[in-house]
Design a protein around this ligand. Structure first.
Ligand SMILES: *Cc1c(COP(=O)(O)O)cnc(C)c1O
Length: 403
């Protein structure tokens, strides 16, 4: 790009305009409403379990022999990842707007589970759109959503994956604008979603700052987070944007190679485009269609970069890099054995980068890596990645126990 681009915006059908204006107004009001703030803080503390711990990774630090490593453990949240935070925020706003239902679309099902959890907690109906192909691959999450009382609606057309689920969810929303709030799962979509979800998630960075102040009496030198759409990353970074001494590094999915369809890195191949109502960098075909992506981690397997992150990247404030599938799996193993932390595959991309840079940094420097989620949800993927034969036998036995 030669000229400075403004990312974001609201590229939406006119029918949605009024609804989005109402959401913007409710969000602006909520920011100044002590009652909303109190309810949100109460849910974060007494439902999700915040503040999440900042773990000093002492043995990993010793082993790598460089910077001091801290892990911000968002995996300690209820439901196992940071996603619950912006779902709670949106759920509360939806109630203020008098909505009775949350709509979500989900690929891997993680956002679906977080939305269904919040809907159950707040007494809202929940409808989740999911491609048929994803339903087949992510059966455990479908099961959980249904237990939480959500209706999971299969999308049978197109590639039967996330982008088709988005289309279907939008269609359903336009038919139910009065009743339903569309709960978007990252710092994506039209205004005000990117700013709104960042606002909710920025508690991560504020906690990092105060926890580290208490432990070390200073700012981190580097903050690292994985980037799918970008919510855990911008949540971790936002408080440090004005602190020019703090390097901000986002780690994308390098997948298995640099060709189209082998990765999900906008640094490698992102091109300016418009999709899902916002302008940003997307992985695209030459015709401007959304390109296929690949990552071992479902949460990073997404073509677009949150517009506020695209801004920071364009300004040079944010560095982007990537980690390969194999590096992420190795990082899970490394931190499991040294720190007793089994990371989600998404977060393991950030950890893989820590393994690369920590040894080159001074011993009095501090890296904070955000552990966006815990690894329980990746059990089946891990078993396959580590080629664990006895796990396969277990699955067979389990199958035979069914009647
Ligand atoms: C969904 C997810 C991500 C990716 O989403 P962001 O919006 O980029 O944070 C990362 N980690 C985990 C554990 C997730 O569930």
């Amino acid at each position: 790009m030669t000229e400075r681009e403004t990312f974001g915006g609201a590229y939406i059908p006119e029918m949605l305009w009024e609804t989005l204006q109402q959401l913007i107004a409710a969000f602006e009001k909520a920011k100044r409403d002590p009652e909303f703030q109190k309810e949100f803080r109460d849910l974060l503390k007494n439902f999700s379990g915040r503040p999440t711990p900042l773990i000093f990774a002492e043995r990993a630090t010793k082993k790598l022999g460089g910077a001091k490593i801290y892990l911000k453990n968002e995996g300690a949240n209820h439901t196992g990842a940071h996603k619950i935070t912006h779902c709670l925020g949106q759920g509360l706003l939806a109630k203020k707007l008098g909505k009775k239902m949350l709509i979500a679309e989900t690929g891997a099902g993680q956002h679906g589970v977080a939305t269904a959890t919040v809907a159950a907690k707040l007494g809202l109906e929940c409808v989740v759109f999911m491609g048929n192909e994803d339903i087949r691959r992510q059966r455990p999450n479908v099961f959980l959503m249904e237990r939480l009382g959500a209706k999971v609606i299969p999308v049978e057309y197109g590639s039967k994956t996330l982008k088709d689920a988005v289309n279907e969810a939008l269609k359903f929303w336009m038919e139910n604008l009065e009743k339903a709030h569309y709960c978007i799962g990252s710092v994506l979509g039209p205004k005000p979603y990117p700013e709104m979800n960042r606002y909710f998630q920025s508690i991560i960075g504020r906690e990092i700052r105060s926890e580290l102040q208490e432990r070390e009496g200073k700012l981190p030198d580097v903050v690292v987070a994985c980037v799918g759409g970008g919510s855990n990353a911008i949540g971790s970074f936002y408080d440090f944007v004005p602190e020019s001494s703090v390097r901000l590094i986002g780690v994308e999915a390098g997948g298995i190679g640099k060709k189209v369809g082998q990765h999900a890195s906008r640094k490698i191949a992102g091109v300016l485009g418009i999709f899902q109502g916002y302008k940003s960098l997307f992985l695209q075909t030459d015709d401007g269609q959304i390109a296929p992506t690949h990552s071992i981690s479902a949460g990073l397997d997404y073509p677009g970069l949150g517009p506020e992150l695209a801004d920071l990247y364009q300004e040079g404030r944010l560095e982007l890099t990537y980690a390969l599938d194999t590096e992420a799996v190795a990082a899970v193993d490394f931190f499991a054995k040294l720190e007793g932390v089994i990371s989600a595959l998404e977060s393991a991309h950030a950890l893989a980068h820590v393994i690369k840079i920590a040894p080159k940094m001074k011993k009095d420097h501090i890296i904070v890596a955000t552990l966006s989620g815990r690894g329980d949800k990746d059990l089946f993927n891990f078993a396959r990645a580590f080629k664990d034969k006895s796990f396969r036998d277990f699955l067979k036995d389990e199958y035979n126990r069914y009647d």
